[in-house]
Ligand binder design. Structure first.
Ligand code: F6R
Length: 608
């Protein structure tokens, strides 16, 4: 979703803003713009299209001199992608400029009131309302105008604001949309995400809801919505800027797939200690774990698919009933929660609007919420009662790979912990499970090393129209994720089906040569899936099977087989997903798609 970068300090603002925006491109956007105070006026340049259009327009920022500025990459919500709808937006006198990420939900009544007061609007955006509203309330004190606006607007926002009357100060505020503030000897920065400013500073402040930041080249103050000054502590970012660079790989997605074995190790090893699963951050007593009646796992997209696997593992090992919900459904379905239910929200970004709303809904109903989150200090991480971090590091490619793999590990660890505490597994069984977990990083690496074979196979399917993925149990959850990966980055229509469900309608879509990828890693279901492979083969399908090494019988039925190393059946997702991620990646590359930034998608979905 939209990206914001702002700067005030001793350097030229425009190059810093352009550089920062380039680090936020992964969030997805359709236009870009920048406002810089040139010593007399606030200059704005903006354009639909990629950031390089803005770079060309401003000669890499050289035509916009000044040490105070804000920039924006827009992912259209209100009003089509166009020059005029791009941010920043001005008030009529062009003395106030605003960039915004989020949605002002009550912008229509506010706009109508402003129209009646004689304001005119140039764009179709909700953001322009903020610029005019600031103008309406501004009587010489920007902080007062901003807090008055905060009392009027509803919805989500991260805002960067310039006032021409205050040419040395950058203003920012947020509610339910991400925004961080950074400070160095060279000045102050704002950004939607850490990678945008990491080159300049590691001292970062996480802005809480409705906190206003007022920044100059050498000062930084935070205020509450009641204009009271707040004390805030800086957090030092430990990871390196290079973690958010491509590091020689052609795409972030390929780099991040290669990082999966490390991600799995980093998420797992601090939590396996002295033959036990230790999750210090869990915040649940053994008694509470034993009394737990039900778990709800709530997430969106790939995180939802990780939760689906989590359900099979948690129910299978810990024998606790689990319901898995799409966050966008959970928040509105009036769920029946009791004091002994645990809600687990899973999110890479920690900013997904629906997941955040589901978390709040669960808390409102008195339920404890555990967040499985990747981005440290994100909204979900801050609001959940407890947080278990997936240590995947920054994930830049829009299509998640390493964060998904880390989410699986977190869910396996939780399942083992709960099973152990509830006495559902013996000490020996726990040891065996942990040994299998420890082998996963190496096994993942082995699969990644075979990527050329997958590439050759993928090259045959770049012209495919439809591809189906089938599987049962955990293999169905894997199929859902594999199908999403393929369709989101290659634009090939793809569906995932529970293998036993095919004959209830979908099998009519199978034609001569249709590719069906059958995932079969569950020994108890192997024969059943084999029958489903035969069914689709006899209707003309070309079958790619993904199965565990040793299941050679499958070669008689399938046309092409990918073997994964042996592991506990509960953990096969961590291995089977690797060749299927690679398949999606190479199909996308073969088609010449924008692998890391697929059309219409955003990395962090901060609107409903
Ligand atoms: C797909 C993908 C998305 C996200 C979903 C949730 O590759 O990345 O489906 O999984 O938007 O995002 P988070 O995990 O940030 O809540």
């Amino acid at each position: 979703m939209c990206g914001i970068v702002g700067y005030v300090g001793k350097q030229q603002a425009a190059p810093i803003i352009l550089d920062g925006l380039s680090k936020l491109e992964y969030r997805g956007y359709d236009s870009a713009g920048m406002a810089v105070f040139d010593g007399k006026y606030i200059q704005i340049q903006k354009s639909v299209g990629r950031l390089k259009v803005l770079e060309e327009l401003t000669h890499d920022g050289r035509t916009m001199p000044g040490v105070l500025g804000i920039g924006h990459t827009r992912w259209a919500t209100h009003g089509a992608p166009s020059d005029v709808n791009s941010h920043p937006h001005y008030n009529e006198e062009e003395t106030i400029a605003v960039v915004h990420n989020g949605i002002i939900e009550n912008y229509i009544p506010l706009k109508n009131k402003l129209l009646k007061k004689g304001y005119t609007f140039l764009s179709e955006t909700d953001t322009e309302v903020v610029a005019h509203l600031l103008d309406y309330y501004y009587k010489g004190n920007p902080l007062e105008a901003i807090t008055k606006v905060l009392h009027r607007v509803e919805g989500s926002y991260a805002l960067g604001i310039l006032f021409a009357d205050h040419p040395d100060t950058l203003y920012a505020v947020r509610k339910d949309s991400p925004l961080i503030v950074g400070k160095s000897d060279e000045g102050c920065f704002i950004a939607s995400d850490v990678p945008a400013i990491l080159k300049y500073t590691r001292n970062v402040y996480y802005v809480e809801n409705q906190e206003v930041a007022c920044m100059t080249a050498d000062s930084l103050h935070f205020y509450s919505v009641d204009e009271e000054e707040l004390e805030k502590e800086a957090v030092t970012i430990e990871w390196d800027a290079s973690a958010a660079e491509k590091g020689g790989y052609e795409h972030f997605m390929l780099k991040e797939m290669h990082e999966q074995s490390k991600t799995v190790t980093d998420t797992m090893s601090p939590r396996i200690k002295d033959g036990k699963i230790v999750i210090e951050e869990l915040g649940l007593t053994d008694e509470e774990i034993c009394n737990m009646s039900r778990i709800y796992m709530v997430a969106c997209g790939s995180a939802y698919h990780a939760a689906m696997t989590g359900k099979y593992v948690m129910e299978g090992i810990a024998r606790i009933p689990v319901e898995v919900d799409l966050a966008s459904e959970f928040r509105y379905r009036d769920p029946i929660l009791d004091d002994n239910s645990l809600v687990i929200v899973v999110s890479q970004s920690g900013e997904t609007a629906d997941t955040l709303a589901a978390l709040r809904e669960a808390q409102k109903r008195g339920c404890r919420v555990l967040g499985i989150v990747n981005v440290v200090g994100s909204s979900i991480a801050r609001e959940a009662d407890n947080v278990m971090y997936t240590w995947a590091g920054p994930e830049i490619a829009v299509a998640t790979t390493k964060a998904y793999s880390a989410q699986l590990i977190a869910l396996y660890l939780l399942s083992l912990k709960f099973a152990d505490v509830r006495g559902k597994i013996t000490k020996e069984e726990l040891t065996d499970y942990m040994e299998d977990l420890k082998r996963l990083p190496q096994q993942i690496e082995l699969l990644m090393n075979n990527k050329e074979r997958i590439q050759r196979f993928a090259n045959r399917y770049i012209a495919a129209k439809d591809i189906f993925f089938i599987g049962r149990g955990i293999d169905y959850a894997i199929s859902l994720e594999a199908s999403l990966k393929l369709k989101e980055i290659s634009y090939i229509h793809s569906e995932a089906y529970a293998a036993g469900e095919l004959k209830h309608g979908t099998i009519s879509l199978i034609e001569d040569g249709t590719l069906v990828a059958a995932v079969s890693t569950q020994p108890a279901l192997y024969k059943k899936t084999l029958s489903n492979i035969v069914e689709v083969k006899s209707r003309g399908a070309f079958v790619l099977a993904v199965t565990t090494v040793g299941n050679t019988e499958i070669e008689k039925a399938a046309d092409y087989v990918i073997y994964i190393p042996e592991t506990n059946p509960f953990f096969t997702d961590s291995l089977a997903i690797i060749p299927l991620q690679l398949f999606a990646y190479y199909v996308s590359v073969g088609k010449g798609c924008d692998v890391d930034k697929p059309r219409n998608l955003a990395k962090s979905v901060t609107v409903e």
